[in-house]
Ligand binder design. Structure first.
Ligand SMILES: *Cc1c(COP(=O)(O)O)cnc(C)c1O
Length: 408
């Protein structure tokens, strides 16, 4: 372990510590019953006065709960907690991470506007920009954002938004969020960053200058693989503008899922410490194993951007990738057949360890549509394909023994 830790100073400047906030933010004992745990309010409809407006455009901070697609007491608790965890003014919760991403893109971009987007992002975000946004008349430039100079070169007077993912799924390649935010703001563009792989324990991108901080709550924040959700944190003005897009898109989270995620979030700091500890053990073991070609983990000195990771991340999370000496698809078959503890499955950030193989040719042709130099940079991190491993909360020795056996 390094001396690097996700512990934030407690009670600094009169503010509560991060773990205390994770437990208590957004939640308080029920004033009527004294119940300490939050209720799940499943009601779609709330009794109102006849003068309440029914238009999404007219929603203000004083609008009462009317209809759950507009707002709901259980969802509001999770929104409060996310705002506090991201150290942002406000937050909005969605039915999924993808619903959060598309709301930010659609709220900021009109025909004729220009988007600068990281060339490697969660596949659905890339596909949405490459296909749907371009059909709507929005110009999209994809850049390898791990070098801020590439972002700077792509900025135009019409650039409205710079969209980043750090660490990027699946490469675990990083972007200097602070440097890119300075460049974008100087050019009059806003910055959105998806920090799902790190969670707010790893990085609070709002403090590095991001205007929108996006999480797939499905991953670390929920942490248990049983609820899909997404969030966007930012200024009160930006989040309020997003709310009307969300109301019209209709991708509202179920209050039950919001409640599960709210509960998961209370143990996020504790879980991230354990994910990081396990990931270090697994990454070091993999790096020393002759069957493994290469390991990418931001906490290892061998990560090409380890210095940036040390500077910008308070926790390196449980996400790593590795390449094998043997042919990737053959090893993938072995892992799917022989792993007993680690599940061969997509998704990440759960208590259960999850692994899957991502072939480079497949991903480049289906999702990313990269230029030659971008594809070369991709291969610099992923070769012909990588195993993406989400190290869970089992005992590290058991995860390692399971991988050791199944790798053959
Ligand atoms: C999973 C994921 C998403 C999408 O989230 P959903 O909740 O599945 O819609 C977005 N970004 C990243 C980095 C992800 O890993």
């Amino acid at each position: 372990m390094t001396d690097h830790t996700c512990d934030q100073p407690a009670s600094q400047n009169g503010r509560l510590g991060f773990s205390t906030q994770a437990v208590h933010a957004g939640e308080e004992p029920d004033p009527l019953t004294g119940a300490t745990a939050p209720d799940i309010v499943m009601s779609t409809t709330f009794v109102i006065e006849p003068d309440v407006s029914f238009s999404a455009e007219n929603i203000t901070d004083d609008t009462p709960f009317v209809y759950t697609r507009w707002g709901n007491p259980t969802i509001a608790k999770l929104e409060r907690k996310m705002a506090v965890l991201e150290d942002a003014e406000d937050a909005l919760v969605f039915a999924s991470g993808v619903a959060a991403i598309t709301a930010v893109l659609l709220d900021n971009l009109d025909a004729g506007d220009h988007l600068v987007m990281s060339d490697v992002t969660y596949a659905a975000a890339s596909e949405f920009a490459n296909e749907k946004l371009q059909r709507l008349g929005i110009e999209v430039t994809r850049v390898d954002a791990s070098d801020p100079a590439n972002v700077e070169a792509a900025l135009r007077p019409t650039t409205k938004l710079v969209y980043l993912e750090s660490p990027a799924n699946p490469l675990i390649r990083l972007t200097d969020i602070e440097a890119v935010a300075k460049l974008a703001h100087a050019a009059g563009a806003k910055v959105a960053v998806d920090t799902t792989f790190a969670s707010p324990v790893g990085v609070q991108a709002a403090n590095l200058g991001a205007d929108y901080v996006i999480e797939s709550l499905t991953k670390y924040v929920c942490g248990h693989g049983d609820a899909i959700g997404g969030s966007v944190a930012g200024s009160h003005a930006d989040v309020t503008a997003l709310r009307s897009v969300a109301i019209h898109n209709g991708g509202v989270i179920s209050p039950f899922n919001a409640w599960l995620i709210l509960r998961g979030a209370t143990t996020l700091p504790l879980r991230m410490r354990a994910h990081e500890e396990n990931a270090f053990a697994v990454a070091r073991w993999l790096e020393a194993d002759p069957r493994i070609e290469r390991v990418i983990y931001p906490g290892l000195e061998s990560h090409p951007q380890h210095d940036l990771a040390l500077r910008q991340f308070k926790n390196f999370s449980g996400m790593l990738t590795f390449q094998t000496v043997d042919d990737g698809p053959t090893v993938a078959r072995r892992l799917a057949d022989d792993l007993a503890i680690v599940h061969y499955a997509v998704s990440l950030g759960h208590q259960r360890s999850l692994v899957c193989y991502l072939g480079t040719d497949d991903l480049l042709s289906s999702s990313f549509h990269l230029t030659e130099s971008q594809a070369a940079a991709y291969r610099g991190y992923a070769g012909d394909g990588i195993f993406r491993l989400s190290v869970g909360l089992e005992d590290a020795v058991d995860i390692i023994a399971d991988l050791d056996r199944a790798l053959g």
